[in-house]
Design a protein around this ligand. Structure first.
Ligand SMILES: [Fe+2]
Ligand SMILES: [Fe+2]
Length: 181
């Protein structure tokens, strides 16, 4: 059983404010990619889809003289750090299990290494899935952040993804039941 659905996350005002800022269409596309990749990597699709939906929730806008300043952004961006905290708070408020909320927050924190000092990061499979899902939907010059989707379509695609996740988890439960009997 899942404690929180993607539609519940979508409906929350915090998601509406901050995920829309960085692009709802990108977030939803990533959630679908994460769902597909989660099977390949053997990770929980519920956690992967939630982390992917929320991965850019920490974005701040970097404007100088009314124009987006990419160098200012590059230098000062901490959207993954901010996003991990914001996603965690939101999930706990919605009633997510603290263990799941922590896993999701960590995957948000590590979805990019652009803010980290040079070095090798060893990602866990869930973190890798969210990173790959983000990359799979990237467009040159950050175009993915500006793609639009209307609210109704966004909500119904997430409801559909909720169904796919439920179906998948139910099947896994059945498999487990059969193998233990
Ligand atoms: Fe990001
Ligand atoms: Fe992203």
């Amino acid at each position: 059983m899942r404690d929180v659905t993607l539609v519940q996350i979508f409906d929350h005002p915090i998601t509406q404010k901050y995920v829309k800022r960085s692009g709802m269409a990108h977030a939803i596309a990533c959630a679908y990619h994460a769902f597909k990749l989660s099977k390949q990597y053997g990770v929980n699709p519920d956690l992967a889809a939630k982390a992917a939906l929320l991965h850019d929730i920490g974005h701040y806008t970097w404007y100088r003289n009314g124009k987006w300043d990419y160098s200012l952004y590059k230098e000062n961006d901490i959207h993954a750090i901010k996003g991990a905290e914001r996603a965690h708070k939101l999930l706990i408020r919605l009633g997510e299990h603290p263990k799941a909320a922590k896993e999701i927050a960590l995957a948000v924190l590590l979805h990019t290494d652009s803010y980290l000092p040079q070095g090798e990061l060893h990602l866990k499979p869930l973190q890798k899935v969210v990173h790959l899902a983000d990359e799979a939907d990237e467009e040159p010059s950050g175009g993915h952040h500006y793609r639009k989707i209307d609210d109704q379509k966004a909500r119904s695609s997430l409801a559909m993804l909720d169904e796919l996740i439920n179906e998948y988890l139910n099947k896994e439960d059945l498999k487990e039941l059969n193998s233990s009997s």
